[in-house]
Write a protein that binds this ligand. Structure first.
Ligand SMILES: Nc1nc2c(ncn2[C@@H]2O[C@H](COP(=O)(O)OP(=O)(O)OP(=O)(O)O)[C@@H](O)[C@H]2O)c(=O)[nH]1
Length: 319
């Protein structure tokens, strides 16, 4: 075979491979008319090469933001440098279906697209080659990983039974408020420790499942009555903590009494019938003399103890 014939054969092979490679290849001229449309593009768009050729890309795909892409194509030709469009910047350029035979999770194909100038032998550039990569697997894996991380982050902060903030989140919120108070000691912040009265009896009489139901209902009343900026958490067992930033003890008392009455009035539906409980509240304000957060917590705990000692179902402020 002559050299020329061998070259022709090689060219034929190369063209055949590019036609069937699992990457989209499109060549556009300066007027954005399609000059090459490989079988990847045919298969995913449903538009055959004979129909696509010589048509404006924007006519074949009116969904593409013409102003945005035209600008990029013109820059590739004018500056003779490639431009990359990542799926993170724009999930797809061509509206192709995401074909996932096993997982079937993606509705649309995620794409990375490279726009490359095609240089003529004389050095001029009159065409742009678009290379379209299907990155649906990478993108969906990354997205589900970040969803999972968000979920893990949520679970690490939340008490699973009541869905209130857990002890760890509560400690962090307390620390933030306490640090702010140390910087600005004239501000007033209140901390409430609240505890369900005779909760052991609820468990003993109705069982732990009903006990759990009661805790959930109490948590719901606490969280649905808080204001934006207040922080409600499960401190442990049947004890809850409510942090009320920028609130003095008089306002905190008003807030606790409102919730206390709502809890006492609530009829919690259980398989054995309706269950009612009461709750006691201990309130104290952050003080400059406090050497640590524990001293503040202790004062609220003391107030709670007094509320229990004085007959329960009441709110007490620690002076
Ligand atoms: N169902 C259920 N019970 C819990 C949970 N956490 C703690 N408890 C129970 O809560 C009860 C708390 O009882 P005590 O500390 O004696 O207090 P009390 O019966 O509420 O009495 P006073 O606080 O003095 O009014 C115990 O029986 C614990 O087992 C929980 O997540 N679910």
């Amino acid at each position: 075979m002559s050299n020329a014939a061998e070259d022709m054969m090689e060219l034929h092979w190369l063209f055949d491979m590019l036609q069937h490679i699992d990457v989209g290849l499109v060549v556009l001229n300066r007027n954005h008319e399609i000059k090459l449309w490989n079988s990847f593009m045919e298969n995913h768009s449903g538009v055959s090469s004979s129909i696509a050729k010589e048509q404006s890309l924007f006519k074949v795909f009116p969904q593409i933001n013409q102003h945005w892409l035209q600008n990029k194509l013109d820059n590739v030709i004018a500056l003779r440098t490639p431009i990359f469009i990542s799926w993170e910047q724009r999930p797809h350029l061509f509206p192709f279906k995401g074909y996932r035979p096993i997982t079937g999770v993606a509705e649309q194909m995620y794409q990375n697209v490279a726009l490359r100038p095609i240089t003529n032998p004389d050095g001029s550039v009159a065409y742009v080659c678009m290379v379209v990569y299907d990155v649906t697997d990478v993108a969906t894996n990354k997205e589900s990983l970040s969803q999972a991380n968000l979920r893990l982050d949520y679970l690490s902060k939340i008490d699973p039974l009541t869905e209130l903030n857990n002890r760890g989140s509560l400690d962090k919120a307390l620390q933030v408020t306490y640090d702010t108070f140390k910087l600005r000691p004239n501000e007033t912040h209140s901390l409430v420790m609240a505890d369900v009265d005779f909760f052991k009896k609820v468990n003993d009489v109705y069982g732990h499942t009903v006990g759990d139901l009661v805790l959930k209902e109490v948590a719901q009343i606490l969280s649905s009555n808080k204001r934006k900026g207040d922080f409600v958490g499960r401190y442990g067992g049947e004890e809850f903590a409510i942090l009320l930033p920028h609130t003095d003890t008089a306002s905190a008392l008003f807030f606790c009494e409102k919730i206390r009455k709502k809890i006492a009035a609530a009829k919690i539906a259980a398989p054995e019938g309706e269950v009612s409980v009461t709750m006691s509240f201990g309130i104290s304000q952050a003080k400059s003399v406090d050497k640590s957060i524990s001293e503040w917590i202790s004062r609220s705990d003391n107030a709670l103890y007094k509320a229990k000692e004085s007959g329960r179902n009441q709110s007490v402020v620690e002076s």
